[in-house]
Design a protein around this ligand. Structure first.
Ligand SMILES: NC(=O)NCCC(=O)O
Ligand SMILES: [Zn+2]
Ligand SMILES: [Zn+2]
Length: 484
């Protein structure tokens, strides 16, 4: 049996750092200890041996705004591995009237060339009996998290009654409710007003989606989830108003998690004021980049634990695709890339600055989301029996980010010119060495679908609490409670 040993590094997990070698056989970790021997030895001296990153928010080959996002499962997962991410979670997006399992099959067809493991969230893009029924099938098939768009009116948006009905169903099935939280009605009104006033450039995209639309929707989703008795995950939390709602909810004991993106942590809204239309349009995404005050809030959330996960929302469009919105910002395809850069950018701006410890880095890039999505410790762990999805992280290795030589299929990089310090020496996907010192040796089709079970510990705890505190009729003598 061929074995690989990662030798001489410091194992860094979400809660511990210690010197140890790691032995891998058949794609899983079989031993952790000192002086291990193996057929293949990977030198980890001077490096941290960490769980590979998990990016829980990607849109690969996604049909959106009249086009498809440019990175598919092949280039997207190649970019992921290059940056130390070993699992992505993409969103199955059923069309209007389309069955959920039919859409899931389309996603399975797209992912056959994936270079690393992947899982799916299911999006609820319309509502009806068929969706309600299919949600149980989705859970049985391992897609237990359900995303709802509160924005994109007239396209993906669901209304509050649909949100409540769907959240209740997710709660009943032991799943996780997810939201893109922006008030889509207000965004639509502001967009129309801005365009009517001659505000048609990419900067108006940001004006049309102020922090208030996100704060309001986040708070609304939290309250609806609480009434529905379901845990809630808020994607791409970008501002203090949304963070405040999440922080408050968590302090109240609600089961809510917030996910800032690496883009929102490190890039700000001055990008939209750039004189070059293409520069600004390439950075159009929802929610838009915010100012320094919001960035400080997001960093503080990661430090204090009120925000839990750093993702990318990787949804990359070429400059040519962005040009669909020349003369009308509302037609610029929304989305930016980040898969290759999330880990190095977060290490550089988080760990190297002292905002995050290396253990906190592991928590927010891998372990926390593995627990939230109920695939820990198969993923997100350096433990015997866990999948050998690992990154050997060299804290001294540097580069300047550039579109030239990147793995993503697009022609630019929103982090262009940024110097990062902290990069993978090796990235391993279930034991297969996919990256060596920046050289790619991925195996197309190596990636496998990761099904996830429902009714994790948080679902069980929340259900028990909701049952205990459920409204009950007062028993009064002489009056039948049922009214019969
Ligand atoms: N975020 C974004 O602008 N595009 C991708 C779709 C979404 O997550 O809203
Ligand atoms: Zn979104
Ligand atoms: Zn997204």
């Amino acid at each position: 049996m061929a074995s690989t040993v990662i030798k001489g590094g410091t194992v860094v997990t979400a809660d511990l750092s210690y010197l140890a070698d790691v032995r891998i056989e058949h794609g899983v970790i079989t031993e952790i200890g000192l002086n291990l021997q193996g057929d293949q030895v990977l030198d980890a001296s001077g490096c941290s041996v960490m769980p590979g990153g998990i990016d829980p928010h990607t849109h690969l080959e996604m049909p959106f705004m009249g086009t498809y996002s440019a990175d598919d499962f092949e280039s997207g997962t190649r970019a992921a591995l290059a940056g130390g991410t070993t699992m992505v979670v993409d969103f199955v997006l059923p069309g209007q009237g389309q069955g959920l399992m039919d859409a899931a099959q389309m996603w399975h067809n797209k992912s056959t060339r994936a270079n690393c493991d992947y899982s799916y969230h299911m999006a609820i893009t319309w509502w009806g009996e068929k969706v309600w029924e299919d949600m149980a099938e989705s859970v049985k098939a391992g897609m237990t998290s359900f995303k709802h768009f509160m924005a994109y009116k007239g396209a993906l948006m669901v209304n509050d009654d649909e949100l409540f009905a769907s959240f209740r169903r997710v709660g009943e099935l032991g799943g996780l409710a997810m939201v893109h939280a922006e008030n889509g009605d207000v965004v639509a009104e502001l967009t129309a007003k801005l365009l009517a006033e001659g505000n048609s450039g990419p900067e108006a995209h940001a004006y049309s989606r102020p922090p208030q639309v996100e704060g309001e929707a986040t708070n609304r989703a939290i309250m609806i989830a609480d009434m529905a008795g379901v845990p809630l995950y808020v994607v791409h939390t970008s501002c203090e108003e949304a963070h405040e709602a999440i922080r408050r909810a968590r302090q109240q004991g609600k089961r809510v998690w917030g996910e800032p993106l690496i883009q929102h942590l490190t890039l700000d809204d001055s990008e939209y004021q750039h004189a070059d239309w293409e520069h600004a349009a390439r950075r159009v995404m929802s929610p838009p980049f915010r100012n320094k005050k919001h960035q400080d809030s997001l960093w503080a959330g990661l430090q204090s634990g009120s925000l839990s996960v750093v993702a990318t929302d990787h949804c990359a469009f070429t400059t040519e695709q962005k040009r669909y919105g020349l003369g009308d910002f509302s037609k610029i395809p929304n989305g930016t890339g980040g898969l290759e850069d999330r880990m190095p950018m977060l290490w550089t701006h988080g760990v190297n600055t002292g905002r995050l410890t290396p253990n906190e880095f592991v928590a927010v890039t891998s372990t926390n989301i593995a627990k939230i999505l109920n695939c820990y410790p198969k993923k997100g762990a350096v433990l015997v029996g866990a999948d050998a999805d690992l990154v050997v992280w060299d804290p001294q290795k540097e580069k300047v980010i550039s579109a030239k030589g990147q793995q993503s299929a697009i022609d630019y990089n929103v982090f262009e010119g940024q110097r990062v310090k902290g990069l993978p020496r090796f990235t391993l996907s279930r034991g297969q060495v996919a990256v060596v010192e920046g050289r790619m040796q991925v195996q197309q089709g190596h990636g496998r679908f990761v099904p996830r079970a429902p009714r994790g510990a948080v679902n069980q705890a929340l259900s028990a609490w909701k049952e205990l505190t459920a409204p009950r009729p007062v028993q009064r003598s002489g009056i039948p409670a049922s009214g019969v």
